[in-house]
Design a protein around this ligand. Structure first.
Ligand code: 13P
Ligand code: SF4
Length: 301
């Protein structure tokens, strides 16, 4: 039996669903019951009724699934797959900031640990950040964490001051304005889409700055047939599969998130076989972390 068939059979036996982020390996996305961006995965986790969820993505995504689906056994096939940006806003540091700034509302990008989420007022993803931030009174002092690039893009687009934490995604932060200029020179007809985790000077040169889920919709709806994609290259798999007549160019330095690639079919199979790598979180902390996520889901309906 092939590894894919073995996973399919075990999935049935375990009453499990497999959820995968758009940056995971092509074969992982292909075996998944649901693939999506952080917001889509969170929405599914909030309403799904599965005994077992195998979350293929980085650790904060598996933690979010557990927080939103506490009765399910949430398995994370590669426990060492973390998001370096999520580790840039440590819970203790955030608690200390809150103590010194009691009037400031704390918004955490979903790329944070469960412990950090339990310290904040509201969460957002790149798919709903504009909506969430726009819903706040303009005179409300806000600290946006941990991504200074996403936060900076929101400040600029919404003309809304916010204090920004000192974090970033190392993969998107490495993308330069020259990468976009050079790609445009090479493919002058192409529409340029980048992720809002890119620097403000990079998003300024793109036609659109969108979450991975919004990008997938936008390339489908856009009548153009050539696109330059300024984000992690894992997304190209679904773009090409869903739009066979269109051409997608990665940037020259092809940004790759090595943590997302740690989830392999072999690890999914092993995890399903012995129901290992379960995400276990302190129940009290989970209850606290659920509040800002649920507020986010409510505000972004
Ligand atoms: P999306 O929510 O747009 O998929 O982004 C998640 C992420 O980690 C981007 O680096
Ligand atoms: Fe984190 Fe960046 Fe990887 Fe996304 S691409 S999971 S933000 S390190």
């Amino acid at each position: 039996m092939s590894i894919v068939d073995e996973i399919k059979q075990l999935k049935k036996e375990r009453n499990a669903v497999i959820m995968a982020h758009n940056y995971t390996l092509p074969e992982v996305q292909d075996i998944a019951d649901f693939s999506g961006d952080s917001l889509e995965l969170a929405r599914i986790a909030a309403k799904i009724n599965a005994e077992v969820i195998v979350l293929c993505g980085v650790r904060f995504m598996a933690e979010t699934a557990k927080i939103l689906s506490p009765a399910a056994k949430v398995l994370h096939p590669a426990p060492d797959s973390g998001c370096p940006m999520a580790d840039m806003a440590e819970a203790g540091e955030v608690r200390a900031f809150r103590k010194e700034n009691p009037d400031t509302l704390l918004i955490a990008y979903v790329n944070t640990t469960a412990a950090t989420k339990s310290e904040v007022d509201l969460c957002c993803t790149s798919g709903n950040a504009e909506k969430i931030v726009s819903a706040l009174p303009k005179d409300q002092k806000v600290m946006f964490l941990p991504d200074a690039n996403l936060g900076g893009n929101l400040v600029k687009k919404l003309s809304r001051p916010m204090e920004l934490w000192h974090g970033c995604c190392p993969i998107h932060d490495r993308i330069t304005p020259e990468d976009i200029i050079n790609a445009r020179k090479e493919h002058p007809q192409a529409v340029v889409m980048v992720h809002p985790e890119c620097k403000v000077e990079v998003t300024a040169l793109a036609d659109h700055a969108l979450s991975t889920g919004a990008m997938l919709t936008a390339v489908k709806e856009n009548p153009a047939n050539e696109f330059i994609i300024g984000t992690e290259t894992g997304i190209l798999h679904r773009m090409r599969k869903e739009n066979p007549g269109k051409i997608f160019h990665p940037l020259a330095n092809a940004p790759v998130c090595s943590d997302m690639k740690k989830i392999t079919l072999e690890k999914i199979l092993a995890t399903l076989k012995d129901l290992s790598n379960e995400v276990v979180l302190d129940p009290e902390m989970m209850d606290k972390a659920r509040k800002p996520i649920e507020k986010m889901l409510e505000l972004s309906k």
